[in-house]
Design a protein around this ligand. Structure first.
Ligand SMILES: Nc1ncnc2c1ncn2[C@@H]1O[C@H](COP(=O)(O)OP(=O)(O)OP(=O)(O)O)[C@@H](O)[C@H]1O
Ligand SMILES: [Mg+2]
Length: 158
């Protein structure tokens, strides 16, 4: 066994001064029941690990309509999502977590992954379902795509 590193000493070396497991956590928030559960879990994790929390709400632009109409719909949606995010602020303050509330316009999964890359988060949290009235699927399309395409850990909260 000479020459073979002794495991406990390797572990000591590896974990001495180890960084916190999570330093930045991003949660996708759409105001749904599942989204609320995902947010609560992300907040709890952030508090436990002393991590920064990014809460992202994505407004989907309408697929049809002229430019003026589209602008108005997006503005309306931004206002709605801004309101959803504002409701979360007291819970975040109560936990003493440093949080960033963000709004984006586009495809939710794409924006969640883009934002996670941009901030270099080490965990993405999403709910299993969202606001869709047809809750027939096991997993919503947004959470499915985030799990499929993100190149970092994803937690789906059920
Ligand atoms: N617009 C959004 N902005 C931010 N996060 C979102 C958004 N939509 C969904 N999410 C996140 O993804 C999770 C799953 O929602 P998803 O949209 O996949 O389910 P669904 O609405 O039931 O199904 P679908 O949208 O495919 O009809 C939500 O709990 C939330 O965490
Ligand atoms: Mg949805």
């Amino acid at each position: 066994m000479r020459g073979r590193p002794y495991l406990p000493s390797l572990l000591r070396h590896r974990y001495r001064g180890a960084k916190a497991m999570y330093t930045k956590i991003l949660v996708g928030y759409d105001g749904s029941e599942a989204g609320k559960k995902a947010f609560a879990t992300a907040l709890e994790l952030a508090a436990t690990h002393g991590a920064e929390l990014y809460v992202l709400a994505v407004c989907r632009p309408p697929e049809i309509g002229d430019d003026v109409e589209t602008e108005a719909v997006i503005e309306n949606s931004r206002r709605h999502h801004r309101g959803l995010l504002a409701e979360l602020k007291p819970a975040v303050s109560a936990k003493g977590v440093k949080a960033h509330f963000e709004l984006a316009v586009g495809h939710p999964a794409e924006q969640i992954i883009y934002d996670a890359d941009r901030h270099g988060v080490d965990l993405i949290v999403v709910g299993d379902r969202g606001r869709s009235t047809f809750a027939r699927l096991l997993l919503g399309s947004v959470s499915k795509q985030v799990v499929q395409y993100a190149d970092r850990p994803v937690m789906v909260v059920r």
